[in-house]
Design a protein around this ligand. Sequence first.
Ligand code: KG4
Ligand code: ZN
Length: 339
Amino acid sequence: MNIYILGIESSCDDTSAAVLFGNKILANVIANQSVHEKYGGVVPELASRAHQQNIIPVVDTALKTAGISKTDLGAIAFTRGPGLLGSLLVGTSFAKSFALGLDIPLVEVDHMQAHILAHFIQNEAGNKPMPQFPFLCLTISGGHTQIVLVKDHMRMEVIGKTIDDAAGEAFDKAAKIMGLPYPGGPVIDKLAKEGDPNRFFFPKPRIPDLDFSFSGLKTSFLYFLRDELKTNDNFIQENMNDLAASMQQTIISILMEKLTKAANQTGVNQIAIAGGVSANSEMRKQLTDAGAQNGWDVFIPEFQFTTDNAAMIAIAGYYKYLKKEFASLDVTPYARGSF
Ligand code: KG4
Ligand code: ZN
């Protein structure tokens, strides 16, 4: 069905608005919040204020980029949760009032489902290959690490998850320990390209089933550096690239081991990744290699759909719209929990 859908994403520190026509992307505008860099992490109060400042210009730019007017919109989809409550409230309130003002349906979207459904955003040429159901998606972000069995656009089962930190958090915390800015994932990715991933060894956790744990890895990294710094003040500066590469390799091998186990257990050979950490160049390479080795069809999101974006909210909204799953105007955001 060809309708224009506006997506709104404001769950963490990116304010984003996107316009889709059917499942095709017309605009995906993201305003990052640099205000958090110097704090080494997202400051919720500052994030809410920045969303409040960004939301109208971002929506305006998305509509202009798509070349449509607000009266062309057929529905508004927004992130209901999970995320920071104050941040979610900005997007939720904006979406409600815009839908009410335009007298069009409002659609609530789960952020984690949306990361997965980003694989169904069609390109301009209309020739992007999409995963077949059922497929497995490793969703790796700053707040979550999940292996999801995706049965259809709306039916998803979490078959593995982290019991403590998320994979993105492991990148961010390692970067912080090394004195690098937030978010640490992209910085480590860049440094690791020049480093030796086998130079340092960090033990991997032994967690049963398909679950993950990253907090022990962070602690062993911290203690290792603390010990080395006792004899060499410049240890981090002198070994930055190798530290980044070794840490990155440990995180990726934890992720790949569980993903391979999930594929073997379920017999599913359609394998996707999603979320901010799926932007990682080494992760993308190792998944592609594993796909070739194991006979999997591998789905890696376009770079702009890896970290938080509203295009993924709009596509999730599109599938709910088709099922006429609309939200009422008294809908409230949720900080935790998911599908
Ligand atoms: O999906 P996302 O934008 O937000 C959440 O839903 O959490 O993910 C953000 C996370 C951050 O932890 C960030 O460091 C990580 O994704 N990230 C990366 C890369 N780009 C972003 N991690 C590793 N390598 C990257 N290139
Ligand atoms: Zn996210």
